[in-house]
Design a protein around this ligand. Structure first.
Ligand SMILES: [Zn+2]
Length: 650
């Protein structure tokens, strides 16, 4: 096992210029960042009030009034700021965006207390209750997002103000938490501070930040449960009524993290925690912790994940339930949870150099994460179903959380800025590098500056993904430094072939990567593989998908929409042995490959509105069907049906 703490390439060194992804790159800078800034400032009349900036103003003494919003409302601003940092790093200086970000930073700095504390909920509402409700208070979660934002913005601009704010806060945490007699022995109810501390350590070199992250990982779930003890203390004030019968597995604190073997509890909490475990395993060369990560990953992606990369199948409490329980029309599959899955998979892929992790990273990014945002950049899904019947998504029912129309904002708005920071930092998922090897993890067109064996090199990818398995890759270096290119062989790729300088390449395959040694200063590779649209099935243990089939093409899952196929999509049956016609439609949402195939639909001829049950012969009527990528659903007509898993005509 090869350990390397951080083989990420700085986002600033990866310039993405890709036909599929450019529209999202443009959305981030031109629409998403300005739009979300307006929302955070409550400037848009027909959008749910954020109050986020106002909370900071009140905490800074610049305004008066009450705290409003979720207990972790501050993170809407810090995730937005992180998006700005990533955007500037990836796509260059933007004077207007940087100006408003500096304004935001001035405000955050003003709200910070003399001892480094910052969390507007507690500053405004109950300054005497700091760290007294780690289970529900989200103070450490909020701190983690501030740290991630600070690192991203500092690395983008070189400006230290927000980094200093984050370090003062981290210094306070280092004093407050630990094993000392006068320290708090708790840990976060919602993991996140751990990944923030690791990033802050990697940027500042301050070892105590890394040690605190390790402390939070090591102490979690050890001995009597901290949260159950905490809620019995006399000054405990409950924030979320639904936590009154608290189940420690909800926050992955039911046992020590090294003993956990199944993905449990709130899905975002879980995958943020696992990401942090992977960071600590890398930094401390901790084989036991890495094995725990591998076990949890295996359970999560092989028994508890949707084909779209969604996780957290319970509509209640946004959590995992049990193996193979993956209902399609009442699930949660929060956008943030798939982002967290991608974060975890990226860390594991870079740590182990096993390409299989990136199959799932790609699945999450191309499907659930992209479905989470509309093509106009201004509306979002929090919940990501695989089947919708809009009329049945009635408020105050078990499907009340499922929306078939993206929302302009949310009272609890974790997902929109999380999607923004993910799109702005896409490069981190595309490539990674060791001392002498560059790993191509996703075939996204880009130009990357590298340092291999101490020498500068440039790697260019010109890819037709996700519509075709064709990519031209060139590497140019100043010296014959002896480097390697590792090309991921996607699990869906058939007839994977590599040519180097027009001739058959002579590399070797290791853990899903095709590794090629390059001796010259320049190399021209062509990668080709087939990825036809195919019908797939689920493990028969997945009751919700039993007897059903879904369409995939490469990393993309496809779906039927009412717009193309009429209503009552669940009355459709298909024969999965048929061939599928693929064609590119330049007019569909910026250009997309559509699929057409044949199916049958149950006739309603013998039924009327007075007959609910009766002895009838099922009559199937032939129909022509069209499927579009799942990530694009709900972008043409509002509140229409959508379906991923179709019944199979056996
Ligand atoms: Zn979210």
């Amino acid at each position: 096992m090869k350990f390397k703490a951080n083989s990420s390439i700085p986002i600033s060194d990866i310039k993405i210029n890709d036909k599929f992804w450019n529209k999202y790159r443009d959305l981030v800078g031109k629409v998403i960042i300005p739009y979300q800034w307006d929302v955070l400032n409550d400037r848009l009349e027909d959008v749910e009030t954020s109050h986020c900036i106002e909370n900071f103003k009140i905490a800074a003494g610049l305004s008066t009034g009450k705290f409003q919003g979720a207990v972790f409302q501050d993170t809407d601003l810090t995730k937005w700021l992180e998006s700005v940092g990533f955007y500037i790093s990836a796509y260059g200086h933007d004077e207007m965006i940087e100006k408003i970000a500096d304004e935001a930073i001035d405000l955050i700095a003003k709200a910070q207390q003399d001892d480094g504390y910052i969390d507007t909920y507690f500053i405004i509402n109950c300054p005497d209750k700091r760290w007294k409700n780690l289970c529900e208070g989200h103070e450490l979660y909020t701190a983690g997002h501030l740290m991630e934002a600070a690192v991203a913005y500092y690395e983008a601009t070189g400006k230290k103000k927000i980094l200093d704010v984050a370090c003062r806060l981290a210094d306070l945490l280092c004093k407050t938490f630990g094993t000392g007699e006068d320290q708090c022995h708790g840990y976060p109810g919602h993991p996140e501070v751990e990944v923030g501390l690791v990033k802050l350590y990697r940027t500042t070199g301050e070892k105590k930040y890394l040690e605190l992250a390790k402390y939070f990982i090591d102490i979690r779930g050890v001995g009597d449960n901290y949260f159950l003890w905490e809620e019995k203390q006399k000054d405990y004030i409950r924030i979320f009524p639904e936590f009154s019968d608290y189940d420690p597995s909800y926050s992955q604190s039911h046992k020590s993290v090294r003993e956990q073997t199944t993905a449990e509890g709130h899905a975002v909490r879980a995958a943020y925690l696992y990401s942090a475990m992977a960071d600590i395993a890398a930094e401390y060369n901790d084989k036991e912790l890495l094995e725990a990560c591998e076990t949890l990953w295996d359970d999560m992606v092989h028994r508890r994940m949707y084909i779209t990369g969604g996780i957290g199948s319970s509509g209640w409490l946004e959590r995992f339930t049990t193996d193979y329980d993956l209902p399609n029309d009442c699930n949660y599959s929060e956008s943030c949870a798939s982002i967290a899955l991608a974060m975890f998979g990226k860390r594991m892929g870079e740590l182990t150099h096993n390409a299989a992790y990136f199959d799932e990273v790609e699945r999450a990014l191309y499907n659930t994460v992209l479905a989470g945002i509309a093509m106009d950049g201004k509306s979002f899904f929090y919940v990501n179903p695989l089947e919708t019947w809009p009329d049945a998504c009635v408020d105050h029912t078990s499907r009340g959380h499922v929306k078939s129309e993206r929302q302009k904002w949310f009272g609890c708005a974790c997902c929109p800025p999380n999607i923004a920071r993910t799109l702005a930092s896409l490069g981190q998922y595309v490539l990674s590098a060791d001392e002498d090897t560059v790993y191509i993890n996703m075939y996204v067109s880009s130009e990357t500056s590298l340092c291999l064996n101490g020498h500068d090199a440039t790697l260019t990818i010109d890819s037709e993904a996700p519509w075709n398995g064709k990519a031209r890759i060139s590497l140019a270096a100043k010296y014959e430094a002896g480097y390697k290119i590792a090309l991921r062989i996607p699990a869906y790729a058939k007839n994977f072939d590599i040519k180097c300088g027009g001739k058959e390449a002579s590399g070797k395959i290791v853990d899903g990567y095709y590794i090629l040694a390059i001796e010259d200063t320049a190399a021209e590779l062509s990668v080709t593989f087939d990825m036809p649209a195919i019908f797939v099935h689920s493990n028969p243990k997945v009751r919700a998908d039993s007897g059903k089939t879904a369409l995939v093409k490469g990393p993309l899952v496809y779906c039927l929409e009412e717009t193309d196929n009429g209503n009552n999509l669940s009355a459709i049956f298909v024969d999965s042995s048929q061939s599928i016609k693929e064609y590119y439609d330049a007019s569909l949402l910026g250009g997309s490959c559509k699929l057409s195939f044949n199916g049958y639909k149950l006739s309603e001829n013998d039924w009327d509105i007075h007959t609910l049950y009766g002895q009838r012969q099922n009559q199937l009527v032939p129909v022509s069907l069209t499927a579009i990528p799942y990530c694009y659903w709900g972008n043409r007509e509002k509140n229409k049906e959508m379906l991923v898993w179709m019944k199979e005509r056996l």
